[in-house]
Design a protein around this ligand. Structure first.
Ligand code: GDP
Ligand code: IMO
Ligand code: MG
Length: 424
């Protein structure tokens, strides 16, 4: 059997979609196990750009089964629009499966995401406002609506009014917002449910059977390690578990069925939304990386914050995910910089720190310790062999391997499917 996890080793947007698409050519199944349409995964094939939010990035291969697991939160309107967008480009959805246990994002989740962020004022999290946090809150509160409820009209309507009336009173009385029209929601969402019902099943059976039969199963992480609810920079995190452990819970399989965990990082660091970021650059270099790397959110279009590669974070990601290898993606945007900096440790009150701190106040006092490498100025996009890369970049990559105690297997040199280098 071969269960392989591809996850984000930083704060998301590392290029997970590209690598899932690349590996999916050999996979029987691609599985999303957490998050929702806060994710934005880009796949580029023959100059056609696909931006996927909920549907797994293996969908472009007609024979690969694409599963949205129980741990994912699903906005029915968004998934239906993504489905029709793909169909209009000739992509078949015959192999798309949605888990019966997955929770549904309802309009009150989106309204409450907006209202709670506004109420936090300057202490906001900077969420994608897609209703992700409020939907996971209802799941743990045990008042959520799951796909199997959603596609059963009588059960759905009953739950909708039961939960919706409580949510409306929260919206109106606590936040001073405008109550939602539940009759309208009942009409529209019943229609969405009808259109989705044929895709719903217990997907953990298909995942288990494929793994037991020795087929390759890819688990597509969303977000990134530092956005994990427990392991990330809490409270500036998402409400699910992007770490490797989250895969088992969210897809309904046991840890003994996973063989590999591959962490994708960029050759620098980015972050969208608020929260600490020790190697953040506020100068021309940060802007240069943003422009060269086209660092603008796939989901919200927000400019991404940029900074140097942080090996303290990468080392942390290797540990908490049990990574078997690292991918260093997007090294091409670094071309043209006079110097490359690599954060090898933090310094706090005269002490060197190599383990990522839990306490954000402590983290705020950490100063990055940098090792410098010569810059390079050449287009890497056409390179396919490790030996072709500039010497200083190879030293930078090898220093990451050394600090993290984890091999780098692949280097990304451009957004296209073929723009990768196997390090060997
Ligand atoms: P994901 O959320 O991890 O799947 O990543 P996103 O799709 O949000 O962001 C990655 C962005 O970088 C997308 O626009 C990709 O097309 C682009 N990209 C991926 N790999 C590379 C690379 O090696 N070089 C460059 N320049 N761009 C890349
Ligand atoms: P992919 O899968 C980058 C960030 C948001 C915000 C925080 C909480 O494309 O890598 P949420 O809406 O989840 O409650 O927002 O998490 N965030 C992401 N940042 N990439 C993502 O997904 C993200 N999904 C959520 O910006 O800071
Ligand atoms: Mg993204």
């Amino acid at each position: 059997m071969s269960g392989k996890i591809i996850l984000g080793a930083q704060w998301g947007d590392e290029g997970k979609g590209k690598f899932i698409d690349i590996f999916a050519s050999k996979a029987e199944l691609v599985v999303r196990s957490q998050g929702g349409n806060n994710a934005g995964h880009t796949v580029i094939v023959n100059d056609e750009v696909y931006k996927l939010h909920l549907i797994p990035s293996g969908i472009l291969y007609p024979e690969t089964k694409n599963i949205i697991g129980a741990g994912v939160v699903i906005d029915p309107k968004v998934i239906l629009s993504e489905m029709s967008g793909l169909e209009s480009k000739g992509v078949s959805l015959k192999n798309l499966l949605i888990d019966a246990r997955a929770h549904v994002i309802m309009p009150w989740h989106i309204a409450l995401d907006e209202l709670s962020e506004a109420a936090r004022g300057s202490a906001d999290i900077g969420t994608t406002r897609r209703g992700i946090g409020p939907c996971y809150m209802d799941k743990t509160e045990r008042c959520g609506i799951r796909m199997h409820d959603f596609i059963n009209k009588d059960k759905f309507i009953k739950k909708l009014y039961q939960v919706g009336e409580i949510k409306n009173s929260l919206i109106e009385k606590f936040y001073g917002g405008k109550a939602l029209n539940l009759d309208d929601i009942a009409r529209k969402y019943s229609e969405y449910a009808e259109r989705l019902s044929g895709f719903v099943s217990d997907t953990s059976v298909a995942v288990f059977d494929a793994l037991k039969a020795g087929k390759e199963v890819l688990f597509e992480g969303a977000q990134g390690t530092l956005l994990d609810l427990d392991m990330g920079t809490y409270p500036y995190v998402t409400s699910s578990h992007p770490v490797a452990g989250g895969v088992c819970i969210g897809s309904g399989i046991g840890p003994t069925l996973i063989d590999e965990a591959i962490g994708v990082a960029k050759g620098y660091t980015t972050r969208v939304g608020k929260g600490p970021f020790p190697t953040e650059l506020f100068d021309d270099t940060g802007e240069y990386i943003r422009q060269k790397g086209a660092e603008f959110g796939t989901t919200t279009g927000r400019p991404r914050r940029t900074g140097w590669f942080d090996a303290v974070i990468a080392r942390f990601a290797v540990r908490v995910n049990g990574l078997t290898s690292l991918v260093i993606n997007k090294v091409d945007p670094l071309a043209g910089l006079p110097v490359l900096k690599l954060c090898t440790a933090y310094e706090r009150n005269g002490k060197i720190i190599t383990d990522f701190p839990a306490d954000l106040d402590e983290l705020a006092e950490c100063k990055p310790v940098y090792e410098e490498f010569d810059g390079f100025d050449m287009d890497l996009g056409g390179m396919r062999r490790y030996s072709e890369l500039p010497t200083s970049l190879k030293k930078h990559i090898e220093a990451i391997e050394h600090i993290c105690g984890c091999p780098v297997s692949i280097i990304g040199v451009g957004p296209g499917r073929d723009q990768i280098i196997y390090k060997g």
